[in-house]
Design a protein around this ligand. Structure first.
Ligand code: HEC
Ligand code: HEC
Ligand code: HEC
Length: 421
């Protein structure tokens, strides 16, 4: 069990990227806390929703003392100490803190790298920002000066961030959509704001930005070699034909009768989503279901070459021997612990990266309060050759009515060197 115990190495780029996922407006209707310990509790909860811990706590480090390395194509960024020490944010005011969350600026006006997802956090209300600040003020201070970033020229020059901001940063709190229910608005506020889901689930362009018009449309996460599928397409991770209960289970338990979370998404559930209340999870599910669209099926190349047929029959042999015991001879799985592969969107997407990586590396869904003892999948990197990996992935992508396409041995080979997180 391990991948999920580690914290998400966030990617800078994707952060650099991300962000401007600005769909709409804002809302926050949490009950008014009436004393300071309620405010601190609320702030702790909101910090969970924002997954601050994933980036601001290093693997062996103290809570929120920073120093976590975020590898990027341009070098390494190190996260900041956000404990109430002089080396952290001890001298900051609530205004300073809001300024960082909302405008992406340090107290002296300097610009933050978008590896800190202020492109999403800008949607957070002042009241919620103040609660998070009150919570951070209440945790044990840790004396640990920030480690300087190790970025290549010219990315080490913060004035470049200005260009990124002009292209990709849209400042502004979330505004409610009055045509939608309160529940939908609450879900939208969490997904677009604190949840910073668009940081990974948006395509990444050459400039390391996510285009607003493509918010939640999916993309390959740089430096990690995982594909974060589109949340707006039912052909990928769109949840349009999932029930609210299935979506809620996936987000909160990490497993559902439709599939399980894995890779970086398992970290998100482990560190953040499992702590959300049933109401907030439901609100996110309602919102996520509403943004997913059916898309016309892509034209299918139904002519199967002889080569592809051979590959797929080798794949069936590998599957029956290595996989069927858990996933079932007909791909039906034994949900929720062993996810079904027949009809599973996750393995039929155009990008086959995730399926190949699951076979090479195996994995565990996150251990969550509602699923404390997840069942795992063994890695096959050593047992199976590139041809066998390609064959079995081609098989599961095309068997049982699945609509994926075959993959090649060289695609499988390339992913052998992907970071294990
Ligand atoms: C995806 C990774 C990531 C997440 C998630 C994240 N941060 Fe950050 N944060 C960073 C990075 C990287 C920096 C340093 C940015 C820089 O140096 O320009 C930073 C800087 C900051 C700073 C500035 C502190 C200083 O003195 O440098 C504050 C405050 C902060 N983050 C608060 C938060 C809070 C609160 C949350 C959760 C709501 C959060 N961060 C979530 C990556 C992250
Ligand atoms: C650090 C990057 C990252 C962040 C942040 C992130 N995701 Fe994901 N997500 C992924 C990756 C990678 C996958 C593919 C793995 C998988 O399907 O579990 C994924 C998969 C998913 C799936 C499909 C799961 C399945 O198996 O069908 C859903 C739904 C989803 N994410 C929702 C969200 C929501 C909602 C948020 C914000 C609260 C979010 N994600 C934040 C990276 C991320
Ligand atoms: C010991 C049981 C077991 C075996 C054997 C096994 N798996 Fe898995 N598989 C799992 C579990 C458990 C998960 C969920 C893992 C996670 O969420 O990280 C999973 C997840 C997957 C996924 C991701 C689907 C999703 O929605 O989560 C794919 C693809 C997959 N397995 C393919 C295979 C293939 C192909 C083989 C044979 C080469 C195989 N598995 C063998 C237990 C198994």
């Amino acid at each position: 069990m391990s991948a999920h115990m580690r914290i998400l190495p966030a990617l800078v780029l994707s952060s650099m990227v991300a962000l401007v996922a600005a769909l709409s407006p804002v809302a926050a209707q949490s009950p008014q806390p009436n004393n300071s310990s309620d405010v601190v509790k609320k702030g702790e909860y909101l910090a969970r929703a924002g997954d601050c811990v994933a980036c601001h706590t290093a693997p062996e480090g103290k809570l929120f003392s920073g120093g976590r390395a975020m590898p990027t194509p341009f070098g390494t960024i190190y996260t900041s100490n956000i404990t109430p020490d002089g080396t952290g944010i001890g001298a900051w005011s609530a205004d300073d803190f809001y300024n960082t969350m909302h405008h992406g600026r340090f107290p002296d006006g300097g610009l933050l790298y978008p590896a800190m997802p202020f492109g999403s956090y800008t949607k957070v209300t002042r009241e919620d920002s103040d609660a998070i600040f009150a919570y951070l003020k209440s945790i044990p201070p840790v004396h640990q000066p920030n480690r300087p970033h190790e970025l290549d020229f010219p990315y080490n020059n913060r004035s470049l961030i200005l260009g990124w901001r002009t292209l990709f940063f849209k400042e502004g709190e979330f505004t409610q959509d009055p045509k939608q229910s309160e529940e939908w608005n609450r879900g939208a506020y969490l997904v677009e704001g604190l949840g910073h889901c668009g940081m990974c689930h948006s395509p990444i362009n050459a400039l390391g930005g996510s285009r607003e018009s493509e918010a939640f449309q999916g993309g390959l996460i740089p430096m990690q070699d995982w594909y974060a599928p589109s949340l707006t397409s039912n052909k990928e991770a769109g949840l349009g034909d999932w029930s609210i209960e299935e979506i809620s289970d996936l987000l909160q338990k990490g497993v559902s009768t439709r599939g399980a979370v894995y890779g970086p998404m398992a970290e998100v559930v482990f560190n953040s989503l499992q702590y959300m209340t049933d109401e907030d999870i439901r609100a996110m599910a309602v919102y996520l279901k509403s943004i997913a669209q059916d898309e016309p099926a892509p034209p299918r190349t139904s002519v199967r070459t002889q080569e592809a047929s051979l590959l797929i029959s080798l794949g069936k042999a590998v599957y029956d021997k290595q996989c069927a015991s858990c996933h079932g001879a007909g791909g039906e799985g034994r949900p929720p612990h062993y996810p079904p592969l027949a009809g599973n969107q996750s393995i039929q997407m155009e990008s086959a990266v995730n399926g190949i990586r699951m076979v090479l590396n195996g994995g565990y869904p996150p251990a969550t309060e509602k699923n404390p003892m997840p069942h795992g999948m063994p890695p096959f990197a050593v047992t199976l050759s590139d041809d066998e990996v390609a064959a079995v992935v081609s098989y599961i992508r095309t068997a049982w009515g699945n609509r994926g396409t075959p993959v090649s041995a060289s695609e499988a080979n390339k992913l052998r060197s992907a970071p294990l997180q």
